[in-house]
Structure formats: C-alpha cells, structure tokens
Design a protein around this ligand. Structure first.
Ligand SMILES: [Cu+2]
Length: 72
C-alpha cells in the first residue's frame, strides 16, 4: 500500500541529476517506487505511513539543488 505522490521538478539537466535526486530520496526509509523522468521533469514516489510528508519531499529535492512543486 502507501500513498503515491507526484511532483514537478525543475533544474535536472542530465542523468547525473536524476541519480543524485534518487540517492537523496532513497535515504528516506518510508519512500519507495521512486520514478524520475528527466524529459517530463517529473518525480513520482510512494510513501508509507505519515512520517514522510509532501513538505519533507520538497525539502529533500531542494536540498539536492532542484526545485519542486507537488502535483495533484
Ligand atoms: Cu545533471
């Protein structure tokens, strides 16, 4: 189960950026199924429970050097 979240991510230029972001998000134990599209500037992931909020994801993305906004 878990909740699927979608984000628009700006600032990723290459596959290096994708793997940087993936690594940063993978450190969160309650985050899984990370899908990042460089072409569509999209991030999709699944969170378990309530410990990881969308705000936390936005913070991780921004700390990694990119900007993000949640999508419905
Ligand atoms: Cu890059």
């Amino acid at each position: 189960m878990g909740q699927k979240l979608r984000f628009k991510v700006e600032g990723m230029m290459c596959e290096g950026c994708v793997s940087t972001l993936r690594k940063a998000l993978s450190r969160e134990t309650d985050v899984s199924d990370i899908v990042i599209s460089l072409e569509r500037h999209e991030l999709e992931l699944t969170v378990q429970g309530t410990s990881v909020t969308p705000t936390r994801i936005l913070q991780i993305v921004e700390d990694a050097g990119y900007s993000a906004a949640q999508r419905p």
